[in-house]
Design a protein around this ligand. Structure first.
Ligand code: NCD
Ligand code: ZN
Length: 343
């Protein structure tokens, strides 16, 4: 096969930031993707309907000319989130989901949830009105090893929370473990996003031969056996798994730092990488489900009508960095030749 035409993809987990960074990174996503779930972890976070409406306007203003990219807005859940405001934001179609960060789990999560009992009313409302919850599924207990934080979260928080609030539709964001894959397969009303980079790297890529800050993200990449489980899930066609790149730009000075920021920037080359991974598995036929069909089906949105075509040829090169007004951002290096380009 040398060409592949698929419905236009969507990105179900994306960080666009704000200001000069937003202007610099948005074209990288808008080039190929029709829609994206926009993460609300700005500083300060997007917590009210008003914040989301204003952020949406800034994204629309930063959009390249002729792009019909559509940002799907989210609210950042806090223990003080006003239920009426949340309900109203849903009713007018302003927001597509709500994001739950356990306080301290990742970049800009300080305002997140400390005690899950304190967001019960908000979550019950969401179950009632059919508003999906995106969860960053890692515990923050300092006694739990960073490589175990996802598995412990599933057992101690995610599963009890779902039993407590039946009918709540949950997206387990950027899963990184076989435990995550197994949990999604065994349950209903839950789906998972999988990132591009977690299909490519394991923890050795971060640590062997010198520390590689551009491979550091949260949840941190795990052992090879977990990467293999993610590849199997993503390429299986199972409707509960779909693409959320978690493309998370940080300028190089903040990545290459004594206390480097977490996040891999994959917006630029994601589709070439995914085509390569799926082809290596002999599963190009399921790529469209992962990038373009399973996500809208879970979110109860129509799939995109238009298509993109990927063409196979000589290795494609991408810039090592993109220049943004906020500074240079390194593009994720998949460490393998990429042969598929969007034409
Ligand atoms: C994200 C960011 O930089 O905002 N970082 C990351 O490593 N993925 C936050 C997140 O999604 O955890
Ligand atoms: Zn993220």
């Amino acid at each position: 096969m040398t060409t592949l035409t698929i419905r236009r993809p969507d990105d179900w987990h994306l960080h666009l930031r704000d200001g000069e960074m937003l202007k610099g990174v948005l074209p990288e996503t808008a080039r190929h993707f029709a829609r994206a779930i926009i993460m609300p972890n700005l500083v300060p976070p997007v917590v009210t309907a008003k914040d989301a409406a204003e952020y949406r306007d800034r994204i629309m203003a930063a959009k390249p000319d002729n792009s019909d990219f559509q940002p799907l807005m989210t609210l950042y859940l806090t223990e003080d989130t006003n239920v009426k405001d949340l309900r109203a934001a849903h009713e007018i179609g302003l927001i597509t989901a709500v994001k739950l960060y356990p306080a301290g789990a990742t970049t800009n999560s300080a305002s997140g949830v400390k005690d899950f009992k304190n967001v019960r009313r908000q979550l019950e409302t969401m179950a009632q009105i059919g508003l999906p919850l995106c969860i960053h599924g890692e515990v923050t207990d300092p006694d739990v090893d960073i490589f175990d934080r996802e598995a412990v979260f599933i057992d101690t928080i995610l599963d009890p929370l779902r039993r407590d609030i039946p009918g709540l539709r949950v997206i387990s964001e950027h899963i990184t473990t076989k435990d995550g894959v197994d949990y999604i397969r065994e349950n209903k009303d839950i789906a998972a996003t999988i990132t591009t980079h977690h299909l490519v790297i394991n923890r050795n890529h971060i640590l062997v031969g010198g520390i590689k800050p551009h491979y550091y993200c949260l949840p941190v990449a795990k052992r090879e056996q977990h990467r293999l489980a993610l590849v199997e899930a993503a390429t299986s066609g199972d409707p509960h798994f779909f693409l959320g790149t978690d493309s998370a730009p940080h300028t190089d000075d903040l990545k290459e730092h004594a206390c480097g920021c977490a996040g891999c920037f994959t917006a630029t080359n994601t589709l070439s990488i995914l085509a390569e991974v799926f082809e290596q598995e002999g599963k190009l036929g399921t790529l469209e489900k992962f990038t373009s069909l399973n996500g809208p089906a879970f979110y109860k949105l129509p799939a995109n009508q238009d298509t993109i075509t990927l063409t196979k040829g000589d290795p494609v090169t991408y810039p090592a960095k993109i220049d943004t007004g906020a500074g240079p951002v390194t593009v994720f290096d998949p460490l393998m030749p990429l042969h598929w380009r969007v034409t």
